[in-house]
Design a protein around this ligand. Structure first.
Ligand code: PMP
Length: 355
């Protein structure tokens, strides 16, 4: 740290992103990316846009907002696209939290929430998940805090039923409830339609998972027009050109190719079901994931051992450090070929441990 670094940030513990190692033939199952390339239409639009990057990208992102709005069934002024959904989440902390409106989220959830809270000097409460890692709805009813719920949750993969989310939104009418639907396309039920019923609901989604565009950095928020206006105030006060021209074009192409996204999601769901059953046969406890990853622990081998032994076999998964989940690993669902290699490697690890 230099002596010039603001004391406001000197104790900030930044978010630790998953590794992106450049190792040949690595089976990379650590950051919940898609194993499929982006839609050919997204690629073609991005290439065409690359020819004009001497110009700034469109700060209004109007055509992109229109394409997103059409796909998800809202109006363009109820959408704000951002540089990954991380950016809209940070905007939401900035716009809807302060000392009078502290934040609240689960103790085991997306690791960026506490970082955004600390970055913006926002007090926050971490609400423990139940023993089985589900969100206890009653802990969130009428708490008068700005609530962030990842649904399905990460890293647990577990879905909170939509009727429970709605009860939480309805019971906190004077606070914004942010529902982070990064993984909703893999078996969740979106709350997007509820934005017309609740002015305090912001739903966030991403192109990083189901739309195979993690490296393009594109996400969006959906809420009533007044919430979107607030978020635009933050956007235009930080970076009006937050989405580059290639990504903006690709984002339109991907939305025009929903059939491609749906087909890939179905494949991931099929691969998830197969992998879960095979892991259970090997002695793993696996949560009921509605995402593109599994959250699993073995009945005899530690989580770190599994992680290290898989790594030695050129398979990278995510091991997280919190005490409560130390015996688990989060494993991205990839192609069938990748899943077969994973099960083969796990089989060897389990047999070795038993020998
Ligand atoms: N929310 C959750 C729950 C996530 O797991 C992630 C990705 N790690 C994000 C949001 C952010 O994704 P992105 O910025 O790539 O849209």
């Amino acid at each position: 740290m230099s002596r010039f670094f603001s004391s406001d940030y000197s104790s900030l513990v930044p978010y630790t992103p998953g590794e992106q190692p450049q190792i040949q033939n690595l089976i990379k199952l650590n950051t919940n990316e898609s194993p499929f390339p982006p839609s050919p239409k997204a690629q073609a639009y991005a290439k065409a846009a690359a020819e004009n990057v001497q110009l700034y990208s469109d700060p209004t992102a109007r055509p992109l907002h229109a394409a997103i709005a059409k796909t998800i069934g809202v109006s363009p002024d109820e959408v704000l696209a951002t540089n990954g959904s991380d950016e809209i989440l940070n905007f939401a902390f900035m716009a809807f939290c302060d000392k009078m409106h502290p934040a609240a989220f689960a103790d085991l959830t997306y690791g960026f929430y506490p970082v955004f809270a600390q970055l913006n000097d926002i007090p926050y409460t971490e609400i423990p998940l139940a023993e089985d890692f589900t969100i206890r709805k009653s802990d969130y009813l009428g708490i008068g805090k700005t609530i962030f719920i990842a649904n399905p949750n990460a890293p647990t993969g577990i879905l909170l039923p939509k009727k429970d989310v709605e009860e939480i939104i309805a019971s906190n009418p004077d606070n914004v409830v942010v529902v982070d639907e990064a993984y909703v396309d893999f078996g969740g039920e979106s709350c997007v339609d509820l934005i017309h019923k609740y002015e305090n609901l912001l739903v966030t989604q991403t192109y990083s998972k189901s739309r195979s565009m993690a490296g393009a950095r594109l996400g969006f928020g959906v809420g009533c027009a007044a919430l979107i206006t607030d978020l635009n105030t933050i956007k235009y006060s930080t970076n009006p050109y937050n989405i580059n021209a290639m990504t903006m074009a690709a984002g339109i192409g991907a939305m025009e190719d929903e059939a491609y996204t749906r087909e890939n999601c179905e494949t991931i769901i099929k691969n998830r079901t197969w992998t879960m059953k095979e892991m259970q046969k090997l002695g793993f406890y696996v949560t009921d994931s509605k995402t593109n990853f599994l959250f699993a622990k073995h009945n005899r081998i530690s989580g770190l051992d599994i992680y290290t032994k898989l790594r030695a076999k050129n398979i990278l998964v995510r091991h997280l450090s919190p005490e409560r989940i130390r015996d688990f690993n989060r494993i991205t669902i990839g192609s069938m070929e990748q899943m077969q290699a994973l099960i083969c490697a796990l089989g060897e690890i389990v047999r070795e441990a038993e020998a």
